[in-house]
Ligand binder design. Sequence first.
Ligand SMILES: Nc1nc2c(ncn2[C@@H]2O[C@H](COP(=O)(O)OP(=O)(O)OP(=O)(O)O)[C@@H](O)[C@H]2O)c(=O)[nH]1
Ligand SMILES: [Mg+2]
Length: 527
Amino acid sequence: MDLQEQVQKRKTFAIISHPDAGKTTMTEKLLLFGNLIRSAGTVKGKKSGKYATSDWMEIEKQRGISVTSSVMNFDYNSYKVNILDTPGHEDFSEDTYRTLTAVDSVVMIIDATKGIEAQTIKLFKVCKMRGIPIFTFINKLDREGREPLDLLYQIEEVLDIETYPMNWPVGMGKRFLGILDRYNDQFIQFNGNEEETYIPLDEMDQTAIAQDATYQETLEELELINEAGDQFSLERVLAGEQTPVFFGSALAPFGVQTFFDTFIQLAPAPGPRRTEDEVVDPDNPDFSGFIFKIQANMNPQHRDRIAFLRVCSGKFERGMNVTLARTGKTIRLGQTQQFVASSRDTVEEAYAGDIIGVYDSGSYRIGDTLLDGKLKSEYDELPQFPPEMFQRVSAKNVMKAKQFRKGLEQLVQEGAIQLFRGYPIDSLIIGAVGQLQYEVFQHRMKNEYNVEVLLESIGDRIPRWLKKEQVDPSMFDERNLLVKDREEDFLVLFKNDFALRWFVDKHPEIDLIDLYEVNQYDQTTYS
Ligand SMILES: Nc1nc2c(ncn2[C@@H]2O[C@H](COP(=O)(O)OP(=O)(O)OP(=O)(O)O)[C@@H](O)[C@H]2O)c(=O)[nH]1
Ligand SMILES: [Mg+2]
């Protein structure tokens, strides 16, 4: 099989939404289709005590929320699927945003009982900006939810995108009969916990359901949509201008099979990717890829670190030598793996679109480009969120200093938390975008490194970076704290907006750099 054929077989996508809409539940069902697991676990491990595979972290199981993205690779029909389950909570959105740089399409899940929620809007905007095709799954039809027409209208109005309903629900909650699959001309009957039945539309007249008032109403609604709605256009879907909408229930599961079968055919294969100064085609024979995530301790037995690499071109072969663009150094990719549910297999070869794990002994950083052959330039930088809240951190027990340093260093490398050092008096300060990040940090330090950490808040702060030549420590104090980041760059943590403005007035000659603005700019230039 040549490169072109390999690339066409790849479908790499992320599942996104506001917390709790059902991303992890959906992922679990897809793994079931991929024969990766034999029975589906649940987010809270309720029924069988078996948890969803993609919430593998201890704290995720305890709390029933996802705190980190996870990747799973599997074969489905003739396709190679790379699926990324992302956390919905905004405190972890840096991780989610980075994951979005590594995919070719997304599945947006909407909870039918809630409609469009805040975090979904934010994530949707990022996808739109990057031109990522969006497929919508309206979930939890087994519950009493909003009217389907309202939901459709809301997507169009709030998200400003055309919709095309691929299927349409007949009833909801207790009166949920099934879905009318207009894309595949069939009715799919909901049988509670039993398997769904498929009835071709032209045979519906012979069934009792066809006489049901709810079914009749649905037909009328559909007629309305056929007349007034948009035409299906794959071209517009791939351009991110139209979203195909599917209804169903991830938990039941119901409508998941028809959704996935249709999605996998329509979703785009990996396309060209932009580096600093060229566009690289996925079937370019020279290997390239970038690291969008680093994760420590995925395997409690080995306590190793894995860098997640998105292959963008060429062929990856285990044992190959590549150049780490940031340093120019050659690295041998010897220990590499695929993510197959909870186990991990050695991966021998991979192609554009694939996401593989490379063993990391500390040489990689998030955003690193790996290259081989004639390619020279790096892929665009990944989004970085400037932290807003800060805490001083130390080990409760000084005897644990070694583990403390190791844990801190590794979790900082992951980007789970950001580290700063006081200047000129050294002290350790960690920064985060949201409170939950601290909770995860504390939990993981205890669980994975056996260290209890003390955190002392110095409150919300406004970080502004300084130019090295303009740094004068005498200008700053506890109020406006001078610190260094990991790159040894200086920044000031301003106490509040007032303190910042006062400083600007007094020192107009000092350039203060707002990383947030810089990033906003970067994001619009991504795609
Ligand atoms: N009734 C019903 N409940 C569902 C359905 N899908 C998911 N749920 C429940 O909704 C809750 C949240 O599901 P998750 O899959 O964890 O949601 P998530 O989007 O992964 O959440 P985060 O990762 O924390 O953002 C769980 O209790 C699920 O059992 C569904 O189709 N029907
Ligand atoms: Mg989840």
